[in-house]
Design a protein around this ligand. Structure first.
Ligand SMILES: Cc1cc2nc3c(=O)[nH]c(=O)nc-3n(C[C@H](O)[C@H](O)[C@H](O)COP(=O)(O)OP(=O)(O)OC[C@H]3O[C@@H](n4cnc5c(N)ncnc54)[C@H](O)[C@@H]3O)c2cc1C
Length: 285
């Protein structure tokens, strides 16, 4: 069991900024993160809207946030929280092998991908299905992105830059920012397929992933890997019903459609200041 004053779950922009503010206010903070610190912004192709930073690759933005966090020497553990509960005034956060106990917790665990209901998807090898471009260090491959949003178009640009042939498969017209759509249209190695409803997905004889298309049994498309960009929803750690004291949610996990790194970082800061007020600490400047 690990006891600390405050546990922050998640080391994306929200969690990192909350942890920094809590530490600089003199509290004992422990950050628990299941993956590399930096969060979802590591997937961004060109982040132009993070206040105070020039346009940068998402991984560089994440790198700078982590650098600022490292400067503060805040204790950090790589672990995944799978359950949280309150017992005798203390929050207990459980992972598979550890329990973290604190009177206050900040949950900045972001979002998880929405998995589309496509027949056969669950039978495909996990190594060929992806949700984040940051984990796709592939080159010279024929890849498919399913989705029509900012995330689909943004990640298509990264995969194309890595030397891949990218196909965006979408049911209806794109909702991506015009600037992303314009960039995609300019790329020779990105094709957009609009009006495609996928009826099933499987591994075909030659080892490729085959998409079957609704309404045309003879038409299939094959790819080496698939990236699913079909939307995101709050992390399962989010509980709208929790009203007890000592628990705070911040960043994408509670920000609905306002999911941007700058907003998440500001929200982390605001949440830390609210927590400090609630426990009777003088507000810091
Ligand atoms: C492709 C793409 C491009 C984007 N481009 C931009 C852009 O240009 N500009 C912009 O402002 N925003 C952009 N965003 C959005 C931005 O990334 C998010 O708004 C921001 O990262 C949210 O920060 P957060 O800290 O709330 O959550 P996240 O960044 O999602 O961080 C949550 C962290 O919690 C960790 N975690 C989750 N569950 C657990 C658990 N159970 N236990 C321990 N750790 C856990 C995760 O591993 C993650 O590191 C983009 C997003 C994507 C996907």
């Amino acid at each position: 069991m690990i006891f600390t004053q405050i546990v922050v779950v998640g080391a994306g922009p929200a969690g990192l900024s909350a942890a920094i503010q809590l530490k600089r206010s003199g509290l004992e903070v422990l950050v628990v993160e299941k993956a590399l610190p930096g969060g979802l912004i590591s997937n961004g192709w060109n982040v132009e809207n993070f206040p105070g930073m020039p346009p940068l690759k998402g991984e560089e933005v994440a790198g700078r946030l982590v650098e600022a966090f490292d400067e503060m020497r805040i204790p950090f553990v790589k672990d995944e929280i799978i359950d949280l509960s309150k017992h005798e005034g203390e929050w207990i956060l459980k992972s598979i092998s550890e329990e973290y106990v604190s009177s206050n917790v900040v949950i900045a665990a972001g979002t998880v991908p929405i998995i589309p209901n496509i027949q056969g998807l669950n039978d495909l090898p996990a190594a060929r299905i992806h949700y984040n471009v940051s984990e796709m260090l592939l080159t010279a491959q024929r890849l498919c992105i399913i989705g029509a949003s900012d995330a689909a178009y943004d990640q298509a640009l990264t995969l194309e830059e890595r030397g891949n042939e990218v196909h965006i498969v979408q049911r209806s017209i794109s909702t991506a920012l015009p600037l992303l759509q314009n960039e995609v249209v300019r790329c020779e190695n990105i094709d957009i397929h609009i009006g495609i409803e996928i009826s099933g997905i499987s591994i075909c004889d030659h080892g490729k992933i085959c998409l079957r298309v609704k309404g045309d049994d003879n038409f299939t498309m094959d790819f080496a890997h698939i990236l699913l960009a079909c939307g995101r929803k709050p992390s399962p750690l989010y509980r709208s019903e929790i009203k007890q004291s000592g628990i705070y949610f911040c960043g994408d996990i509670v920000n609905g459609l306002f999911r941007q790194a700058g907003i998440a970082a500001g929200d982390g800061l605001r949440t830390a200041m609210k927590l400090l007020r609630d426990i009777g600490h003088a507000p810091s400047n």
